[in-house]
Design a protein around this ligand. Structure first.
Ligand SMILES: [Zn+2]
Ligand SMILES: [Zn+2]
Length: 110
């Protein structure tokens, strides 16, 4: 068995910009501007994603427009966890996942 790691980099700078935006600058210089609402909508926890089908069980429209990020915490050197203003805080966002869902124009075009 080979355990290939598809790591597309680790964040060099993680910066909360106010309560609505999280900016991640990756080691390769790429900058990802996430809104906390977007992060919440893409929460990877078992309550928001069906573990068997990986389908989203969360209705993205149910997330309040004014959702804020209260806390950003590192998880074991491989990811981040967020506390959102709707009391949700169970998702662990791997760096790879965060990079994958990067909402910038360049990544959206792919
Ligand atoms: Zn969740
Ligand atoms: Zn991007």
């Amino acid at each position: 068995m080979t355990n290939v790691q598809h790591t597309r980099g680790t964040p060099a700078i993680i910066k909360k910009q106010g309560n609505k935006t999280l900016l991640i600058t990756w080691e390769d210089g790429h900058v990802s501007p996430y809104s906390f609402r977007y992060l919440r909508q893409n929460c990877p926890c078992a309550g928001c994603i069906d573990e068997w089908t990986s389908a989203k069980t969360l209705n993205p429209g149910s997330i309040p427009l004014d959702l804020e990020g209260l806390k950003v915490e590192p998880v074991g050197g491989y990811g981040l966890s967020f506390s959102f203003s709707d009391q949700h805080a169970t998702g662990i966002y791997h760096f790879d996942y965060l990079r994958e869902i990067c909402p910038c124009e360049l990544c959206r075009k792919r």
